[in-house]
Ligand binder design. Structure first.
Ligand code: F0G
Length: 441
């Protein structure tokens, strides 16, 4: 039977998965869900997971529950699924060329039911809420978590309360949460304030907390690693590149990979590479201090995080110890990129016919920077994770392509970003001759 365990080496206390807990009761540390992997056989697991691809049962068709041998227990009628996962791998030749790579693959998690990777964690999070008998759920969010939680809560017949930062959430995401019937609480503060407050509010209330501090969220998100490898016939890439915000996703992917390694489904770990925006870079700063020899640095929270990639505008990421654990186990890397680098990379991802929201584009920007610095070999087999759909933040796209994308940094300085890869947007009289005069071909 799976159980919960505190990740702190000096604690390691365990709890049953039916205990309603978000962090360790004894020391406040983060919790892992632990499985007895010694009873699982790699070949048998791969056979079962492949067989389910042809099944019509809802749990088999879910790109999360297909891998249920490595998920917390749930009765079939407790599983709240919207057929999440099953997202494409895309070969991206223009992006590869832009980054100086021979080839580059994206796994596009923006193709999930609510348009982001959060659905993978919400199916397990809301299923656990059902298992515990919760009738209402809550989260703080930069937008995608709230959109996803609102949808899954609605499917489960639960009430959803979302805490969002004031004026900093992309409209596509806010509209989703409203559409799915959530109660929206806008906080006069940033995401870190919202996160702190939702943790306080849910401590002694019937509201069940569904941020990624909740270990059951990460159990679903780790299926990114499972599905990605299954799609590649278990052939391990050299590197997986992922954006870093609250650091739940990088933690989850690393945990999934570690489990596959322990069972023997894979024989090595891809290097986890996390990219942050340079105005919201607390993990990058920690990594730099570590590289310069500081023993066991702790994450210092960053006041007033700032980036147009609002999904990752986070100064005090909750899951950093798990994320750091994954980086160290896989000989990973952390990089930061500028607003200009993000905006241009996003336009290039669009040019490959793929598209993504701004936060996802830090992956390509980071790969380009790491190739230029000789930290990534151009021949490496790299999979980058696109986390959200292009339609999440249309304002950003339109402003970039009409040359009006403005960024205000932490010091309050405003910059107009260059639209280096703008598509043509022509305005003409309603006449055939006027159109023919401007058409480039
Ligand atoms: N990309 C997108 C599109 C996101 O929405 C987020 C996080 C991230 C990347 C970063 O992932 O937090 O696991 O490191 N969004 C959260 C939210 C914070 O509230 O929707 P992370």
């Amino acid at each position: 039977m799976p159980f919960l365990q505190c990740i702190e080496p000096s604690c390691r206390v365990t709890f049953e998965t039916t205990t309603r807990l978000y962090t360790c009761e004894r020391c406040g540390g983060l919790l892992d869900v632990i499985y007895d992997v010694s009873v699982l056989a790699a070949e048998e697991l791969k056979r079962r997971w492949d067989a389910r691809l042809g099944s019509k049962a809802a749990a088999d068709r879910s790109g999360v529950w297909r891998f249920r041998e490595l998920l917390p227990e749930a009765e079939p009628d407790q599983i709240v699924t919207m057929g999440e996962g099953n997202t494409q791998l895309f070969d991206a030749p223009r992006c590869a060329e832009y980054a100086g790579m021979q080839r580059l693959t994206f796994k596009h998690l923006g193709l999930n039911p609510t348009g982001s990777f959060k659905d993978l964690g919400m199916t397990t999070g809301v299923t656990q809420a059902t298992r515990l008998g919760a009738q209402s759920v809550a989260c703080a969010s930069t937008g995608n978590t709230s959109a996803s939680m609102a949808a899954y809560a609605a499917r489960a017949g639960m009430k959803a309360v979302i805490f969002i930062p004031s004026g900093q959430i992309a409209l596509g995401k806010l509209s989703q949460a409203l559409d799915y019937g959530a109660t929206v609480v806008q906080i006069d503060g940033d995401f870190d304030d919202a996160m702190r407050l939702v943790r306080e509010v849910t401590k002694d209330s019937p509201l069940y907390l569904l941020n990624s501090v909740n270990p059951f969220r990460l159990e679903g998100q780790k299926s990114i690693a499972f599905e990605l490898l299954q799609q590649r016939d278990w052939c391990v890439p050299d590197r997986i590149v992922v954006p870093g915000g609250n650091l739940g996703n990088s933690s989850a992917i690393a945990k999934g990979l570690q489990e596959l390694l322990e069972i023997g489904v894979i024989d090595r770990l891809p290097k986890i590479t996390i990219i942050q925006a340079n105005g919201a870079n607390p993990l990058y700063q920690l990594w730099q201090r570590r590289q310069s020899g500081e023993p066991e640095p702790q994450l210092l929270s960053l006041k007033g995080a700032s980036t147009l990639a609002t999904a990752i505008k986070i100064g005090n990421p909750v899951s950093w110890p798990k994320s750091l654990r994954g980086l160290l186990a896989s000989d990973g890397l952390v990089e930061q990129v500028s607003e200009q680098e993000i905006a241009d990379a996003k336009a290039i991802i669009g040019r490959d016919g793929i598209g993504c929201e701004p936060a996802s584009a830090v992956t390509l920007a980071g790969i380009k920077k790491l190739v230029a610095a000789n930290s990534i070999d151009p021949h490496e087999d790299v999979v980058a994770i696109l986390t959200g759909h292009v339609l999440k933040d249309p304002d950003y796209v339109v402003n970039y392509h009409r040359g009006e994308l403005r960024y205000t940094d932490k010091q309050g300085e405003q910059y107009l970003l260059a639209s280096n890869y703008a598509s043509q947007w022509l305005h003409v009289a309603a006449e055939r001759s006027a159109i023919e005069a401007v058409l480039p071909f």
